[in-house]
Design a protein around this ligand. Structure first.
Ligand SMILES: Nc1nc2c(c(=O)[nH]1)N=C([C@H](O)[C@H](O)COP(=O)(O)OP(=O)(O)OP(=O)(O)O)CN2
Ligand SMILES: [Zn+2]
Length: 149
């Protein structure tokens, strides 16, 4: 049976700061992130299944990505735990939704985090194939399962 990739695109707004970065991005600033999620599997062949012909219902994929990533990060402020305690305190006053991550919130580290979350949440009949995270229209990171086996 053919293995097929399906992709769904998501958008979220978030602010971040790159601690100790040698450029403007050390300041808190925002991005309109675009996340593309690709899963791979075989289309369902059970003619009694309401999901006949689907690798995975796009709606189910949407629910998982929204639950694991978008609902968490949309309109949040994200920094690394290496910022000062003063900054972390101020963030709490400034932004109701703020995350102090164990990692520097670059596009690369965020996509690794997203891949880990999705791998755990996807049903067993599909596999996470790849992710693409755009920080700006012209800058993005990609994660491929085949690069990380
Ligand atoms: N490898 C990475 N480099 C940079 C990252 C990152 O996550 N990974 N992040 C930043 C900044 O947060 C910010 O995103 C600036 O990126 P940049 O593409 O340089 O921004 P521009 O506004 O110049 O984007 P254009 O698409 O060129 O308009 C910095 N570097
Ligand atoms: Zn940025």
């Amino acid at each position: 049976m053919a293995r097929i990739r399906i992709t769904k695109e998501f958008r979220f707004e978030a602010a971040h700061a790159l601690h100790n970065y040698d450029g403007l991005c050390r300041n808190i600033h925002g991005h309109s992130y675009i996340l593309k999620v690709t899963v791979i599997g075989e289309p369902i062949t059970d003619s009694n299944s309401p999901k006949l012909g689907m690798v995975m219902d796009f709606g189910d994929l949407k629910d998982i990505v929204n639950r694991e990533i978008i609902s968490e990060f949309d309109h949040a402020l994200i920094v690394s735990r290496n910022v000062s305690q003063d900054t972390i305190r101020e963030m709490g006053q400034m932004a109701e939704r703020h995350f102090v991550m164990s990692y520097q919130p670059t596009c690369e580290n965020m996509i690794i985090d997203f891949a880990d979350r999705l791998k755990k949440a996807l049903p067993s009949n599909v596999k996470l194939h790849s992710l693409r995270l755009n920080e700006t229209a012209g800058s993005y990171a990609e994660w491929f399962a085949s690069d990380n086996e």
